[in-house]
Design a protein around this ligand. Structure first.
Ligand SMILES: [Zn+2]
Ligand SMILES: [Zn+2]
Length: 1011
């Protein structure tokens, strides 16, 4: 028996016990069931079972789970809900291979006393590995046991953890039995819910009986589950008192019992050493108190469905007294445990969900209001205004999943008549079509790449092509919010939400269009080429390019201006992502493990010091896209600016032209890596290998076995291969040295020891800065690119750049200028920011220009009325802004990007234009966040489809001059029909065509040349 009897504990307990009494009485005034599963949901489920195989299977699985428990004795079920406080799965190490089992340990509820190592297969609960370490909680009357590692046996000071395992950088003790207790207590609430649901669906008493047994057992043991964190620290006092002490940060140290006091650990507490606060504490869980809320909600739903149900003989499954005990000692006791946690982070929302659910169940409007009122601030506080989070796609999913049940449990809620305040809820519906929650949910389909993956910046896991997840999100979106989610729903499968809520008659629609996107709050771009449609199976010829410059936050990486790429479904430029709280995490997230320029071998500035980057140019046509951004990623970086062209020509996926300008610091390393080992060592363009010799030391913390060679300013190449795709990097601008090293490349818990080669092209900054110009191409068998030649490399970090790429069937010339003044590049003249000119062997031309006024090459010359439209934002709202002047040729700008200076984010960002009317600009996909100035770069593209057909896109009036002796006229054509003649003139062997964007459909159209 616990001896929790200090004055503070007595006062706390007395107060809360009488609060429990009030909650019990108010729970009797609520009509049950009131939570997620009501009669209409059971009806939808029945129809789904009849109509759909996936639903039948879902149901069969639920029956199998429930049947495993339905006919068990009370005593047997009780073994699944232990009396002793559950410990944590975090930091569970194998006694034989010493591998960390935290994320993938093998435990099966059908063989629940056994824990198997996911690495070596040893049964960790074997008698050979007894738990001889003891930790007494004298006040609570509980004794925990731990496995003693080699060197810990006989150590009188084992409790200090000096020889313990190290997990996530701290000493931690492992308890297989404790981990099993947590596995069980996490498993059984869902079993209770499943049993109660099946009772409602089948009417079979045995299901209800087992559910009632689980509820009663939890009510019996839960009050004695003491508060603890996942570093083996226990609060040896009344757990509710512990919560109040923690919430007030008062006297925590007085009750702490710490099995593993990491001497160097810092605590968030002032009054104690408890390392984790509510973030990593709990009673049946220690992964954060939000998990407590989640499990208690399942238990509340089970009771919600049983409530006063009676068996065939007319006896209730729970007597009134038993039900009262469950409500008081499990549900109210649990509610008091997790309701103290405030703040905005990726976990806390689960507490707000629990407050709404338990508040509604208990007839306690104050909790419902507290939960609901925490909903929007959480969404606004955690997510960017565009619905994304700088913590990346993985933590996006985690954070949104932690809150997603809140609108569900709140749905249709009305405050009881006794609620007298003015902010009464009536038929609550939090699915506001104009609200932030819709923006947050919509961010998922928008961040989904055409093959079903999501971007993997920051702490995200490597994804796989296929149906985009999470299923619940697309299902909730489709059922509650609108059609835009429907293409993302896999109608041949379903989850818990779909089973009970998705109408059986609902059908899928065509896949959404493939787009080039820019997330205005996340500051991340996604460019796509070569796709026929979203979710196509054959990814031949496709490519997706990503670049980010978000402001660091939470699970960020120091990786501003990093680029990543998929070619034909293979991640050819990777971000290593995240492997949980793993010792390699710091290594993985290092700046040096990214694809960018490293200054002085150092990490980019951290959180709090690194501002967001600024978008400097963005423009896209179907086959050529360009983005340029800069960022003060290093304090000494006067220039840190990258411009990438994604160019799709000829066969195979798109290639990249990368121009990275840097100035400041002493040494600049252009870092790039693929998966695994180099398949072609650095070699000069003519194939001669660059001699490499051993170099001492490491790059960063752990890139070792360094080899280095002089590149002497000559062009050179290097290549990797992964899954049959070779990624090759051509260094076209002069570099001084190449450094190759190897370091950890492990991306998940199963790839132990995986190593990658990391490559650095080095230049010293002698005061003028550097610009690295590379071409990055990909191929399976034969490369399409035969050579690369810098016509005009930049001068230091400044100046223009001209590059030629020789393909098997043609050649491309890529031009870039820091400003739009006119310059001569060999036989070309260009006044503008970026140009790509292509010429095929059969003579066909194509041209892409942005922010240009003039371009001339051999037989072709183009001039424009304006390089960009610039102005002031005079007013704005969620959907767009007003400008100081009328915007010309508005119809042709739909789909183009508008760059906006955002005073709230303190950077330049961009939006896709939905429409423009007069002085009003409507933006697409994301809410508008406000702005002071704007800029719409002009985009022009010309593709010669055949000898006499030019496919054109122009956002500004243009004049095209062609040297020709064949043609003397031109006409606009639509769907194979001539719609009007173009204004032309012929002089000195040239045909001049005036292009009026108004004559093009949405800025695009075909011009037919005539003789
Ligand atoms: Zn093992
Ligand atoms: Zn990264």
């Amino acid at each position: 028996m616990p001896s929790w009897n200090s004055r503070g504990e007595r006062e706390c307990r007395q107060r809360l016990e009488s609060h429990k009494g009030r909650l019990y009485r108010s729970s009797l005034t609520v009509a049950h069931p009131c939570l997620r599963i009501r009669d209409e949901n059971l009806e939808i489920a029945r129809t789904n079972i009849k109509r759909h195989d996936w639903a039948k299977k879902f149901y069969d699985n639920t029956v199998a789970l429930a049947d495993h428990y339905a006919d068990r004795t009370v005593a047997w079920i009780e073994t699944m809900i232990p009396a002793l406080t559950p410990l944590h799965i975090y930091g569970t190490f194998c006694p034989v291979c010493e591998g960390d089992n935290t994320w993938a340990m093998i435990w099966d509820h059908r063989d629940p006393e056994k824990l198997t190592c996911c690495h070596c297969g040893v049964v960790m609960t074997d008698q050979k590995f007894p738990e001889e370490g003891r930790l007494d909680l004298p006040r609570s009357g509980q004794t925990l046991s731990y496995y003693l590692r080699r060197g810990e046996k006989g150590d009188p000071e084992f409790a200090t953890g000096r020889n313990a395992f190290v997990w996530a950088g701290r000493k931690v003790h492992t308890s297989f039995l404790g981990a099993i207790r947590q596995k069980k207590t996490h498993h059984m609430p869902g079993v209770a819910r499943a049993l109660a649901i099946l009772y409602r669906m089948t009417g079979q008493d045995r299901y209800a009986r087992a559910a009632a047994t689980i509820l009663k057992r939890f009510a019996q043991v839960y009050p004695n589950y003491v508060f603890h964190d996942y570093w083996n620290t226990f609060m040896d006092c009344d757990p509710l008192y512990a919560c109040e002490l923690m919430a007030r940060d008062k006297d925590v140290g007085r009750y702490e019992v710490n099995a593993c006091p990491d001497q160097n650990a810092r605590s968030g507490m002032k009054s104690g050493k408890l390392i984790q606060t509510f973030w990593g504490c709990g009673r049946m869980s220690s992964g954060g108190v939000q998990a407590e809320a989640r499990h208690l909600m399942d238990l509340a739903e089970a009771l919600d469905l049983l409530w006063d149900a009676k068996d065939r003989d007319g006896s209730p499954f729970l007597t009134k007294k038993e039900r009262e005990t469950v409500i008081r000692d499990l549900l109210a006791e649990g509610l008091f445990t997790f309701t103290h946690w405030e703040g905005i982070n990726n976990k806390v929302a689960g507490c707000r969900v629990g407050e709404v659910a338990l508040g509604r169940f208990l007839g306690a409007p104050a909790y419902v209001h507290r939960g609901v009122e925490g909903f929007e601030p959480y969404l606004r506080g955690f997510f960017n205004f565009d619905g994304s989070t700088n913590e990346g796609s993985g933590y996006y999913a985690y954070a949104v999943s932690n809150v997603h049940l809140l609108p569900e449990v709140a749905r249709g809620y009305t405050d009881p008549p006794s609620y007298k305040k003015k902010d009464r809820f009536k038929e609550l519906d939090l699915y506001d079509p104009d609200g932030i929650y819709r923006t947050v949910l919509r961010a998922r389909p928008l961040m989904t790449l055409p093959d079903g993956r999501v971007p993997h910046t920051a702490d995200a896991h490597e994804g796989h092509a296929g149906w985009p997840g999470p299923a619940w999100l697309h299902n909730i979106g489709a059922v509650r919010l609108g059609r835009e989610f429907v293409p993302f729903v896999n109608f041949s499968s379903g989850d818990d939400f779909a089973f009970f809520n998705r109408p059986a008659v609902m059908k899928g629609t065509d896949p959404p269009p493939v787009r080039d996107l820019f997330f205005p709050g996340w500051l991340l771009t996604v460019f796509n080429t070569g796709y026929q449609r979203t979710f196509q199976e054959d990814l031949t010829g496709t490519a997706t390019f990503l670049m980010n410059f978000y402001e660091p936050d939470g699970h960020d990486h120091p990786d501003a201006l990093n680029i990543a790429m998929f070619a034909e479904g293979v991640e050819v430029l990777s971000d290593l992502g995240y492997i949980g709280d793993h010792p390699l995490n710091a290594s993985i997230r290092s700046t040096l493990k990214h694809n960018l320029v490293v200054l002085d071998e150092r990490e980019q500035l951290p959180r709090g010091q690194r501002p967001p980057g600024n978008l400097r140019l963005i423009a896209a046509s179907p086959r050529t896209k360009v983005i340029e951004a800069d960022c003060r990623a290093y304090a000494e970086a006067e220039v840190y600016r990258r411009c990438c062209f994604m160019i799709h020509r000829g066969v195979g996926p798109a290639y990249l032209v990368d121009l990275f300008r840097a100035k400041g610091g002493k040494v600049h390393d252009y870092a790039i890596h693929g998966e695994g080992k180099l398949t072609a060592l650095p070699a000069f363009a003519e194939g001669k290998p660059i001699p490499l010799s051993k170099r001492r030391g490491t790059m960063g913390r752990d890139i070792e076995k360094l080899r280095a060679g002089k590149t002497c300013g000559q062009p050179w190449t290097v290549a990797w291969a992964d899954e049959g795709v070779t990624v090759r990097v051509h260094f076209a601008s002069p570099t001084g040295e190449v450094i190759v090293g190897e370091g950890p490349g492990q991306r998940d818990h199963s790839e132990i020891g995986a190593r990658h080669d990391y490559l650095f092209a080095r230049n010293r900054d002698r005061g003028r800065g550097n610009a690295f110009v590379t071409v990055i191409d990909h191929y399976r068998e034969t490369p399409d690119i035969a050579g690369v030649q810098a016509i005009a490399p930049p001068d230091g970090a400044g100046g223009p750049m001209a590059l030629r790429v020789f393909r098997r069937a043609g050649e491309d010339t890529i031009l870039h200028s820091p400003d739009p003044s006119e310059r001569v590049f060999g036989r070309m003249t260009f006044a503008g920011r970026a140009a790509v000119h292509s010429r095929e062997q059969d003579g066909r031309l194509s041209l892409f220009l942005t922010e240009a006024t003039r371009f001339t090459a051999l037989n072709l010359s183009v001039t424009f009325r304006r390089p960009a439209i610039e102005g002031t934002v005079t007013a704005s709202d969620r959907s767009g802004f007003e400008t100081d002047a009328r915007i010309p040729d508005a119809a042709a700008l739909t789909g183009s990007f508008v760059e906006v200076e955002d005073p709230e984010q303190k950077c330049w960002t961009a939006y896709a234009i939905r429409s423009i009317r007069g002085r009003r600009v409507e933006v697409d996909h994301f809410p508008f966040n406000g702005g002071t100035r704007f800029r719409i770069p002009s985009v022009f593209s010309l593709e010669q489809e055949s000898g006499d057909a030019l496919r054109l896109r122009a956002t500004t009036p243009a004049e095209i001059r062609l040297r020709t002796d064949r043609f003397s006229r031109a006409a606009y054509e639509q769907d194979g029909k001539e719609v009007r003649a173009a204004q032309t003139r012929v002089e000195e062997g040239c045909l001049t065509i005036q292009i009026d964007p108004k004559a093009l459909k949405a800025g695009e159209g075909l011009i037919r040349l005539k003789s």
